[in-house]
Design a protein around this ligand. Structure first.
Ligand code: NAI
Length: 258
């Protein structure tokens, strides 16, 4: 059965790979992106997701089966507030806006990241961020909390994971599933930004796994989580990173002292 998929960030990288997979299986895809996703999309809504005031005008059509929030910005100097807006606040605002249109049985898939993996340790700050009204002064928050571009990115993804978990029951009551996808390095146009911003943290990861992930490999996980075959999968954060997180966590747990 052809489903209606709304996909942010479908013009490039992981989102574009997801667009190709959804289209290949016969789904109708509405892409929300500031760039043209090309002819594979059934519809393109041109939007800058950093402009929260513009979101209410976005109209992807009546009923939605799947919402994939893939749009995101990497750590870049000076973009701290924009990263938090696009990666988290716009994702939340758009999801809440589209919620009444999501059919029971539907699925929400959010792009998080390995960079958001320390959400447990940073929960207090994550919750301070998540309880902000989008109209609050984000620049002041960034300044007061001394948030640099890397912390902005990490926080933005921690918050995506935490927001999904804190709404899991509410969405289940509406017949919806919500999951997050957390890759480490993926070979997309923003990989260089990650390698520059994260430095050794990123290069060591690629060294351990032998290569970066491919956008198609991440898109397959998105496709599965969005599919009826994943009907009993909700509230998960899938670390599709070639085993990097698992390997590092196990090594830390089993490290002997001395
Ligand atoms: P990409 O740069 O190839 O694609 C991002 C898409 O989001 C682009 O089509 C871009 O136009 C759109 N976008 C960005 N800002 C926007 C805005 N303000 N308004 C509307 N559209 C906007 O990046 P990639 O790598 O495909 O990233 C996709 C998601 O995966 C992002 O959320 C990213 O944080 C996440 N991710 C990426 C990793 C990587 O190594 N590439 C690793 C872990 C997570």
């Amino acid at each position: 059965m052809s489903r209606h998929v709304v996909l942010t960030g479908g013009a490039s990288g992981i989102g574009a790979a997801a667009l190709a997979l959804f289209t290949a299986q016969g789904d109708r895809v509405t892409v929300i992106d500031r760039h043209d996703p090309g002819p594979m999309a059934n519809a393109w809504i041109e939007a800058d997701l950093s402009d929260l005031a513009a979101l209410p005008a976005l109209d992807p059509g009546p009923e939605i089966d799947v919402l994939v929030n893939a749009a995101g910005l990497p750590p870049r100097p000076g973009l701290e507030t924009t990263i938090l807006r696009v990666n988290t606040q716009a994702l939340i605002a758009l999801t809440e806006q589209l919620l009444p249109r999501l059919r029971p049985g539907g699925a929400i898939v959010n792009m998080a990241s390995k960079a958001g993996g320390k959400w447990r340790q940073n929960l207090v700050q994550v919750q301070r961020f998540l309880t902000m009204d989008p109209k609050d002064d984000l620049a002041a928050f960034v300044r007061d909390e001394r948030i640099d571009p890397v912390r902005a990115y990490d926080l933005s993804k921690e918050a995506v994971i935490v927001w999904g978990l804190s709404n899991l029951a509410r969405f289940r009551d509406q017949g919806l599933r919500i999951n997050a996808v957390s890759p480490a390095a993926v070979a997309t146009p923003i990989l260089d930004d990650f390698m520059t911003a994260f430095g050794e943290r990123a290069s060591k990861g690629v060294e351990i796994t032998g290569r970066a992930g491919r956008p198609e490999e991440i898109a397959q996980v998105i496709r599965f989580l969005a599919s009826p075959e994943a009907s009993w999968v909700t509230g998960c954060n899938i670390e599709c990173d070639g085993g990097l997180t698992a390997q590092l966590e196990f090594a830390a747990l089993t490290a002997t002292e001395g």
